[in-house]
Unconditional design. Sequence first.
Length: 242
Amino acid sequence: MFIGGLIGGKGGIYIAFIFAVILNFGSYWFSDKIVLKMYRAQEVSESAAPDLYNIVRNLALKAQLPMPRVYIIPGETPNAFATGRNANHAVVAVTEGIMRILNKEEIEGVISRELSHIKDGDMLISSIAATISGAIGMLASMAQWAAIFAPLAAAVIQMAISRSREYLADASGANITKNPYGLDSALEKLSRASRAVPMDANPSTAHLFIVNPLTGKSLMNLFSAHPPMEDGIARLRSMKPY
């Protein structure tokens, strides 16, 4: 509404208010669908991707979670994220690239971490933050104020998603598999591979991924909600198998 007022005065405030109501409703119900469509993710069945599906199902049972839907994102950049408004409407998405470079133990580490986001209720706030951030960026672009408000869009994400939640997901993921070394090894591989094969990611959704897809490519990195990968790896290496 503030941005609407700057753009169009009192009329702009009313228009922005209506936009905000629609945005919040849409964010709650459709944020997962928006993000999945953005990355052309395709839902897979057990028959289509038996290994991945079985890993997700087994870990969901261990985490005492309903079975999430499983999606695969086309592309060689190795990455993954979870989304959905709650545990009963959850989605786990992985790229084709991550399936090619990680072994089973490492994939289990990645999936367990994403399931931790589901269990801890991080998904809804992440998805809504992505939608709101994208809307701020769109309004700023319409007013040709992108240079001013693009950092604001990233700041919205940083306020909503603290780095401590990422560290918690690391620890919770290791607790599900009872093996911190699978996730440790996976993060190390993903950190290297994401730099070698960059991802064409929207900055407003970058925080959803297990590895920051904007590494080294954008000013938005300054506002990243992702903690340094080296810190996460060091924390996991200090943990002992359960």
